[in-house]
Write a protein that binds this ligand. Structure first.
Ligand code: BT5
Length: 248
């Protein structure tokens, strides 16, 4: 993989910029990273906020030969890569909360935003990630940083380089059925969500059950009254802590 890394001191959102490039046919391996985002985005119009220089804020353009329904696996691949990079550089081993958070205990260390882009060059996925390095996120949010968890100071660019190494390895896995199965297994091992009680809000129904695993396309498999059902990241899923669940 040839990485083409674009650095911005300040930008509205690395995901927005890279999605625009992807539409114009930018090649796989284009990466944007910024010291500061003035309009960092989370999912569902939420905001991602980090003071200048305190986080790795980056977006990676991938064009795996997967169908639209499987592209979520590419987001999982980046989440697992971020986890592996953090272990290498700081010893912090976050767990993953489905679909897209890296947690230490109940506190959010990083968030991912995957966006599918249709372009003349075919389907692409822009995977954005924000990892708190020296600042533990906005007030009132249950969040933490690598510095708080390990005492280790990591420069954003150093983490980006290791992250891209890890992504290169998992990107290759996306190309074969065996590779995707090994990614799925790594994903299940990292997910703290499994075994937990979850509440799924569909457009016109609410379901609850116990998360049991992820299927071949990265959907969450939930045991709902003895029947296994799969849900994708578009369904709004509320995860309750084990404490809350045990009070049921
Ligand atoms: C996410 O959304 O967790 C995805 C965040 C993706 C951010 C990256 S940064 C580079 C790239 N460019 C972008 O514009 N975005 C991506 P979500 O699950 O919706 O979580 C958003 C929620 O996380 C907010 O509503 C806050 O409660 C919380 N939050 C905001 N900033 C945070 C921070 N620095 N650390 C921890 N939590 C934060």
């Amino acid at each position: 993989m040839i990485w083409r890394v674009e650095h911005f001191e300040e930008i509205d959102s690395t995901n927005s910029w890279l999605a625009g490039e992807a539409k114009d046919g930018a090649p796989e391996g284009t990466v944007a990273y910024a010291d500061f985002q003035s309009a960092g985005r989370g999912r569902l119009d939420r905001k991602w906020v980090s003071p200048p220089g305190s986080a790795l804020l980056c977006s990676i353009l991938l064009r795996p030969s997967l169908g639209a329904s499987e592209l979520y696996l590419a987001v999982a691949a980046v989440a697992l890569s971020a986890r592996a990079a953090l272990v290498r550089l700081s010893g912090v081993r976050p767990s993953l909360k489905w679909p897209n958070d890296l947690l230490v205990g109940e506190q959010k260390l990083a968030g991912l935003l995957g966006e599918i882009v249709q372009s003349t060059a075919g389907l692409a996925v822009v995977v954005g990630i924000g990892i708190n390095l020296s600042d533990a996120g906005p007030d009132g949010v249950r969040a933490t940083s690598v510095l708080d968890e390990s005492g280790v100071t990591i420069a954003p660019r150093a983490l980006l380089d290791i992250l891209l190494e890890e992504v290169e390895f998992r990107r290759a896995l996306l190309e074969t059925a065996e590779g995707r199965e090994s990614l799925r297994q790594e994903y299940e091992r990292a997910l703290v969500t499994l075994g937990q009680s979850v509440r799924i809000e569909l457009v016109n129904a609410v379901r609850s059950g116990i998360a049991r695993g992820v299927d071949a396309s990265g959907q969450l498999m939930v045991d709902v009254d003895g029947t296994t059902m799969s849900f994708n990241a578009g369904d709004v899923i509320h995860l309750r802590s084990s404490e809350e669940a045990s009070r049921d």
